[in-house]
Design a protein around this ligand. Structure first.
Ligand SMILES: [Mg+2]
Length: 328
C-alpha cells in the first residue's frame, strides 16, 4: 500500500480547525504530521511567522520558524509584484505587516497624499481615520492589496470582526475591490510552494471556502479534514470550486491509501439522485464511512446550481448499516 502522503512533496497545512482549535491542539494532529515536509499557511496577518511557529511548538508540533507562511508575507509579496521597488505604501495593519512591506523594499507612509499603494491586513488598532486615509489613496488610484478577506475572526468569545469586514468598509466607500493574497486567493499557496521548491504540494485544511477553494485556484490537490468548520454534508452541496480531492475525518488519513478518501463507489453502498433528493442506500453491515464517498460522487454528477438544494435521504436496508452522522 502506498500512503496518500507519498504522492506529494509538501503539505501546505492550515492552522485553526486543522492542527489546533484556538489554544488546544487537535488530538492526533502533531503525530500525523511528524516527520512530514510541512509548511503552515495562515491567513492571520497580525502575528509574525516566528510567533506562530512558537505557538505551534508549544502545542507539540515540529515547527521551525521558517515553516510558517502568513498572509502578511503573501500580501507584501503580491504588492511587490504589482508595484516598483521603493513605492510608498499606506500600511493598514499590524507591525508584522509593516515589517514584511519594508523587507520587500517598499516604503511605509502615513498619509493618502504620499501613498501610491495600500496594503490592508488585520490589526485590532485600525480605526476610522486610517480606513479613511486608505479610501482617499484608493480613490486617487493607489494599488490596493488585502492580506485576506476573512469576514470574521474566531476567538474564545466567538466571531469578532475580521479583516474582510474592514476591507468591505473601504470597498463600500470607494467602489473598488482589492487584490487578495490569502486563501481563497492563490498567491499565498503558490508562494508557499515556490519558496520550498515544491512541485506537487497538497493543500490541507478545514474550510471549503478558503483552504479548498484556494488550493483549487492554485491548481493543487486538496485534503479536507473534518475537524473544523465544514462537514461532509457541506461537501455534498458545495459548488465545483469548493470540491476537495480528499475528505478525511482526521489527518491520520494522510498515512492511509488515497483511494480510501476519494469520492466514488464503496462496497455495500449506492447513491442516486431522484429529483432534488439524494438517496443513499446501504447494505446490511456496510461500513458507515462509505456513505460519505458515494453521496459526494453522486452529487458531483448534478449541476452545481441544483446541487445546493439537494435533500439527503439515507435508506438503511437493515439496522446493521448504522447511522450516517452528517445526514441533514
Ligand atoms: Mg482553518
Amino acid at each position: 500500500m502506498t500512503a496518500l502522503v507519498g504522492a506529494y512533496d509538501r503539505l501546505l497545512v492550515d492552522l485553526d480547525g486543522t492542527v489546533y482549535a484556538g489554544a488546544v491542539a487537535i488530538p492526533g494532529a502533531a503525530e500525523a504530521l511528524e516527520g512530514l515536509p510541512v509548511t503552515y499557511v495562515t491567513n492571520n496577518a497580525s502575528r509574525a511567522p516566528s510567533d506562530v511557529a512558537q505557538h505551534l511548538r508549544d502545542l507539540g508540533f515540529a515547527a521551525p520558524d521558517d515553516s510558517v507562511v502568513t498572509s502578511a508575507q503573501a500580501g507584501a509579496g503580491l504588492l511587490a509584484s504589482l508595484v516598483p521597488a521603493g513605492t510608498s505604501v499606506l500600511v493598514v495593519g499590524a507591525d508584522a505587516l509593516r515589517d514584511e512591506v519594508v523587507a520587500r523594499g517598499l516604503v511605509p507612509v502615513d498619509t493618502a497624499e504620499e501613498a501610491r499603494a495600500v496594503v490592508q491586513g488585520h490589526s485590532p488598532q485600525t480605526g476610522w481615520a486610517l480606513l479613511s486615509e486608505a479610501a482617499l489613496a484608493i480613490r486617487a488610484g493607489a494599488t490596493w492589496v488585502a492580506t485576506n478577506t476573512d469576514a470574521t475572526l474566531p476567538t474564545d468569545r466567538g466571531l469578532l470582526v475580521g479583516n474582510g469586514s474592514m476591507v468591505a468598509a473601504v470597498a463600500n466607500a470607494t467602489g473598488r475591490t482589492p487584490e487578495v493574497a490569502g486563501k481563497p486567493g492563490a498567491p499565498i499557496l503558490l508562494d508557499a510552494a515556490s519558496d520550498t521548491g515544491a512541485s506537487t504540494p497538497l493543500v490541507v485544511g478545514d474550510r471549503l471556502d478558503t483552504d479548498i477553494e484556494g488550493g483549487n485556484a492554485a491548481g493543487f490537490d486538496t485534503y479536507l479534514v473534518l475537524t473544523g468548520v465544514n462537514d461532509a454534508a457541506d461537501v455534498v452541496v458545495a459548488p465545483d470550486r469548493h470540491q476537495p480531492t480528499y475528505i478525511a475525518d482526521t489527518l491520520a488519513g494522510l498515512h492511509g491509501p488515497r483511494e480510501a478518501l476519494v469520492p466514488g463507489p464503496r462496497d455495500g453502498w449506492t447513491a442516486t439522485v431522484d429529483g432534488d433528493e439524494l438517496v443513499v442506500t446501504g447494505e446490511p453491515g456496510a461500513d458507515p464511512a462509505g456513505a460519505t464517498y458515494v453521496a459526494i460522487a453522486a452529487a458531483r454528477g448534478v449541476p452545481q446550481e441544483r446541487r445546493a438544494t439537494l435533500k439527503h435521504t439515507v435508506r438503511e436496508r437493515s439496522a446493521g448499516t448504522g447511522p450516517i452522522p452528517w445526514t441533514r
